[in-house]
Design a binder for this molecule. Structure first.
Ligand SMILES: NC(=O)c1ccc[n+]([C@@H]2O[C@H](COP(=O)([O-])OP(=O)(O)OC[C@H]3O[C@@H](n4cnc5c(N)ncnc54)[C@H](O)[C@@H]3O)[C@@H](O)[C@H]2O)c1
Length: 331
């Protein structure tokens, strides 16, 4: 499928939760990942460290990007670097600078160096919470034809990125955006996703895990295992045809309450271990409530059809693999 054996692919945020798995899928296809990250994590890429280039840099600095991409003769970009929900809410100026200016810089880089394709991460959080669509459309499952309505700053910054991309695409650039649903997996214990990862890890190692705010047992969301998500980013990056749409929903179609998810995870926990809930705010988000977590249910059939893709894991198999990795000492 790849037309570019030996090409370098710039992965911004490349040592983060999704980026580290994107790197592995790129290596599997014989490509050279250049992991560009402001705070590289050695732990997340320990098994592939000798096979990837790691460059410390900031996407909000176009000079950093130009220097690294030129030096490595990069021809494609998977842009993942971002500040996520809780951190964007706590530090809004930084959130806008990294998410919006950073993405604008990626598009300028693509233009300057004539990239073959840029795939960038938007988010399911560009959609309003579920009740909005129930009222507006009489259903909670949303397609790309339904109107985004971000409920928080993070989702708003990503929606701006979609606007920046639309402008570039009109000039002929080959850019596609993906809106991943909540993506979990070993590799991040911070942020909203980190609360769920941490609960599974604590339950595995200590017999008891606890889920805190912004989650509640009733909150419903689409979960996606990080390997399924990363696989799609790489497929989209290398797909030979141009995409019909500018941006796609990215999920597996599973939609659970957090209680249902934790019940499924518990099946893989050591005997007697469990995951409970506490109605308190996690330390990282102390003093604030993060709105927008009762997400809409994303219909990802457009992308699945276009890429001829079906998920390899799904939630239960993903949770089983995470728990096995926590048992083996990964974090
Ligand atoms: N994990 C999810 O649930 C989820 C869901 C939807 C969308 N996304 C999007 O996917 C992308 C990757 O998410 P993730 O879960 O891997 O996040 P992550 O926090 O694990 O990884 C992000 C990486 O970006 C790096 N980074 C932050 N600011 C940077 C900067 N200024 N310059 C360069 N690197 C910088 C961080 O050091 C980190 O390694 C993000 O754009 C996120 O918005 C994630």
């Amino acid at each position: 499928m790849a037309d570019s054996h030996g090409d370098s692919v710039l992965v911004t945020g490349g040592t983060g939760l999704i980026g580290a798995h994107v790197a592995r899928y790129l290596l599997d296809r014989g490509l050279k990942p250049v992991l560009f990250d402001a705070a590289p994590s050695d732990e997340n890429i320990a098994d592939i460290r000798q096979r990837v280039a790691v460059e410390r840099g900031d996407v909000s600095d176009l000079g950093d990007l130009l220097e690294v991409a030129s030096r490595h003769s990069v021809s494609r970009v998977i842009h993942l670097a971002a500040v996520l929900t809780i951190q964007a809410a706590l530090k809004p100026t930084r959130g806008v600078a990294i998410n919006c200016i950073g993405t604008s810089n990626i598009f300028q880089l693509s233009r300057a160096l004539g990239m073959k394709r840029v795939v960038y991460a938007s988010t399911a959080a560009v959609y309003a919470p579920r009740p909005y669509y129930e009222k507006l459309l009489g259903r909670h499952r949303v397609t790309e034809d339904d109107p985004p309505m971000p409920g928080d700053l993070y989702g708003s910054t990503k929606y701006v990125c979609e606007g920046l991309a639309a402008q570039e695409i009109r000039t002929g650039a080959d850019i596609v955006g993906l809106r991943p649903v909540m993506t979990f997996g070993v590799g991040r214990l911070t942020g909203a996703v980190g609360i769920l990862n941490q609960a599974m890890r604590d339950a595995t190692l200590d017999g008891r895990g606890t889920v805190t705010r912004p989650w509640s047992p009733q909150t419903s969301i689409n979960p996606m295992y990080v390997k399924d998500c990363a696989d799609v980013f790489v497929r989209a990056c290398l797909w030979p045809a141009r995409f019909a749409r500018e941006v796609y929903n990215l999920g597996t179609g599973e939609y659970y309450s957090i209680r249902q998810m934790m019940d499924l995870a518990e099946k893989s926990l050591p005997k007697g271990a469990s995951i409970g809930f506490e109605d308190v705010t996690a330390t990282e988000g102390a003093g604030m409530d993060v709105p927008g977590f009762n997400y809409a249910d994303l219909d990802s059939s457009a992308l699945r059809k276009e890429l001829d893709w079906t998920p390899a894991y799904g939630f239960e198999a993903g949770a089983r693999e995470c728990i096995a990795m926590y048992k083996a000492g990964q974090s």
